[in-house]
Design a binder for this molecule. Sequence first.
Ligand SMILES: [Zn+2]
Ligand SMILES: [Zn+2]
Length: 348
Amino acid sequence: MRIFHRAAPLCRRAIAAACALGLVACSGMATQPAAVLPATPLATTLAQIRSELSVMPASVRGNNAARSTVIRALDDVLGQQSAEQPTAPEVVDFYRDALARVAVQIPAPVTEGARVWMLYNKGFLVKTASTTFAFDVVSGKAFTGSGAPAWDIAFPAEILDRIDVLFVTHLHPDHYDAVLAAALAARGKTVVCPRAAGTAAGCTVWMDAGESATIAGLLVHAWDAPHPVPTLMYEVVTAEKLRVLNTGDACCSASIPRTAAVDLLLLNAWMNEDNAGTNRDGMTAALLRVQPRLMIPGHLQELSHPLPVVETGAGRYGYENALKVQADNSLPGKTVVLAWGEHLDLLP
Ligand SMILES: [Zn+2]
Ligand SMILES: [Zn+2]
């Protein structure tokens, strides 16, 4: 633990905020403000981002324009993090704190509609009155394929305990975490994988594209998602008749099924029409095609995708174009961009 000597007022505020969030040791904080962790410029920036987002939570009905400035600041920070370098510890702390908040929030009962949390990369949690299910949740520990050091984040058991079903769209390490999947299976939970996943750790149920199943009270249909490895899109209808469609890593809007009215579209924001357009083009076409009530984009600032941030082709996809789609009121439904750990309530 590093020692902070003479805290400037701004730093003291950041430290107090960090203390309140449980990020730093706080004993004696009230009387000895000097003997606590330092606030690095990056930690201060991330603490401000976290603080500002916490006072303007995302809403389906509200205007999320004010949040865009804050999410752009987060985009700037994450857009400087590269898998070629060790991820900054402040960024790891930011995600660890986001998970800790979700762990506190997830036990609260949902009485109508769904509460949806955004986790790392394309990880989502969806809780309704009857079921809690998840898509592509990863701890981050798996991100070693490009030589990046693993994040040492212990995924909170409080969240794993609450997940009834995890849907894995495919086995790329930004979507599938063998340790996490196995931990769920060991708890007796259901982990749904593409048939091609074979004996991959944790899988308990396998589906083919075109197949339907009833799993933990959810009506599930698997669709083929064009991607370099076998990938499924999952269409899930809850007991409350909410229809959720997760596109996995589908390349193109034309591959998304024209199905019954979708309440919630969980879209990979890098969708770039197989490099024939920008990801804004892909997200726009997906919204026009599906016309969901709500779209939440995922797969933003996936740190093991190499920089630079791009709009088409290979590379990292950032928040900016998702924010532009969110701001485009001519598009069907509502798009809401969430930062890691944030949630949104979708009412019936
Ligand atoms: Zn993939
Ligand atoms: Zn991916």
